[in-house]
Ligand binder design. Structure first.
Ligand SMILES: Cc1cc2nc3c(=O)[nH]c(=O)nc-3n(C[C@H](O)[C@H](O)[C@H](O)COP(=O)(O)OP(=O)(O)OC[C@H]3O[C@@H](n4cnc5c(N)ncnc54)[C@H](O)[C@@H]3O)c2cc1C
Length: 390
């Protein structure tokens, strides 16, 4: 099979979906493709949840079950096992957002530690993951990023936050699990980047245990990567990055305009794509020092990665190169990569329905704005429905 048709195999892509799950996915992506419907639907859902109206059942049986593994890690286990049977690993992502109290942040840390412990004995789960704001208050990261002076209380709070980062990183190191740390908004990200760097210095001596994330819609990320690479070489440690395009495009541009600073985002989609591909090439060319996790649903970037690996003589299952997609999206990429022997993982979000709503809303909005991708999902689902004669 030629490389550029690999992702067209819908039988492989949807092998884990029953006929009714296939129908639900088709229905869902048709709804999501409708921008006014998504706008009204997200507003109505937020409103209903705030008023404690009984809409959770409806959300669960539609978007939630499609994009999430369940409300707790136990719910996710059948999914994890099914995926692993066909060569796909899992990244269980406790996707509760917007919890900022100390107890809640400690609770998230506790959950990460439990999952890391569990992953130690479960080959299907070679990663643990967290979002920086899962372990600390957004405003605190922002103040440090924007070089504001912290009060003495905030300095104590920051120490607790650093301890949480430290505890999660050490647990991953001890369990021989790789820790992926997500990236968020630029106005808090410098503080998180610096912490990730400290953890890499400490825990990445033999291999990249701690991975940060590079959002390639930022025009400064290739330079940042090169700078981090030089430091790692001088300091004798490895670096690891998940590379993504970036999920906060509109927010970033709006804030930059509102506050009158230069937007940190590339001026076009094409520039973002070029940046993503350059960052990927740089990392693959420097695999002795850098490990990478290619997080994208973009077919061209995935094909390009395959081509680059072949050209550079990198084995498909080289443990330093991983591919990843989100659960409920781009199964045609995930499962077809797995059948060819590439390392590939699904990010599986889980958590109480109400708490994962920000994540679900981002997915709905993203699929609405990425018209090309939604129509690709739809055409593949349709092709598979026809193949199965349903
Ligand atoms: C495994 C995994 C992990 C992820 N982790 C993170 C994370 O930690 N942090 C995070 O922010 N996101 C994360 N994401 C989401 C990711 O950043 C993207 O939002 C999403 O994957 C869509 O990008 P794409 O490469 O898949 O697809 P594409 O459809 O090719 O790209 C869409 C993306 O291109 C960029 N873009 C679109 N229009 C423009 C424009 N006019 N100008 C400039 N850029 C533009 C935006 O980033 C947009 O999201 C993750 C995604 C995956 C698959």
């Amino acid at each position: 099979m030629k490389a550029n048709t690999l992702f067209d195999n819908t039988e492989t892509a949807f092998q884990l979906k029953s006929d009714s799950q296939l129908e639900r996915a088709y229905f869902l992506f048709r709804m999501i493709a409708n921008e006014p419907l998504v706008r009204i639907g997200t507003a109505a859902t937020k409103f209903a949840l705030n008023l404690h109206l009984p809409v959770e059942g409806l959300i669960r049986s539609t978007v939630f079950d499609h994009f999430c593994g369940g409300v707790n890690e136990k719910d996710c286990m059948p999914v994890v096992d099914h995926l692993f049977n066909v060569g796909v690993s899992s990244v269980l992502d406790y996707s509760v957002e917007g919890k900022e109290g100390g107890e809640q942040l400690d609770g998230t840390l506790h959950k990460i530690l439990e999952l890391t412990d569990f992953a130690e004995t479960k080959p299907a789960m070679p990663f643990s993951v967290f979002k920086p704001t899962g372990l600390g208050r957004f405003e605190l990261y922002r103040k440090i990023t924007e070089k504001e002076v912290l009060t003495s209380e905030e300095k104590e709070e920051w120490k607790r936050l650093v301890n949480r980062f430290e505890t999660a990183s050490k647990a991953a190191y001890d369990a021989n699990v790789t820790l992926l740390i997500d990236a968020e908004e630029t106005w808090m990200q410098d503080a998180a980047d610096n912490l990730c760097e400290q953890m890499m210095v400490k825990y990445n001596k033999e291999r990249a245990v701690v991975f940060n994330t590079l959002q390639c819609y930022r025009w400064d990320r290739l330079d940042y990567l090169k700078e981090q690479h030089a430091k790692a070489k001088a300091g004798g440690y490895k670096i690891g990055y998940k590379i993504v395009r970036g999920a906060y495009l509109e927010k970033e541009n709006e804030r930059a305009e509102e506050k009158g600073y230069q937007t940190p985002i590339h001026s076009s989609k094409e520039a973002t794509d070029n940046c993503f591909n350059s960052v990927m090439r740089y990392m693959l060319e420097n695999l002795d020092d850098i490990e990478l996790f290619i997080g994208t649903h973009n077919e061209k970037s995935n094909y390009l990665a395959i081509d680059m690996m072949r050209e550079m003589g990198i084995a498909r299952n080289d443990s330093r190169v991983w591919f990843g997609q989100l659960y409920g999206m781009s199964d045609h990429i995930t499962f077809n990569l797995a059948t060819k022997g590439y390392n590939v993982a699904k990010y599986i979000p889980f958590g109480p329905v109400k708490d994962v709503m920000p994540y679900l809303i981002r997915r709905a909005e993203e699929n609405t704005s990425v018209a090309g991708q939604t129509s690709r999902e739809l055409s593949l689902l349709k092709k598979e429905k026809e193949r199965r004669k349903i």
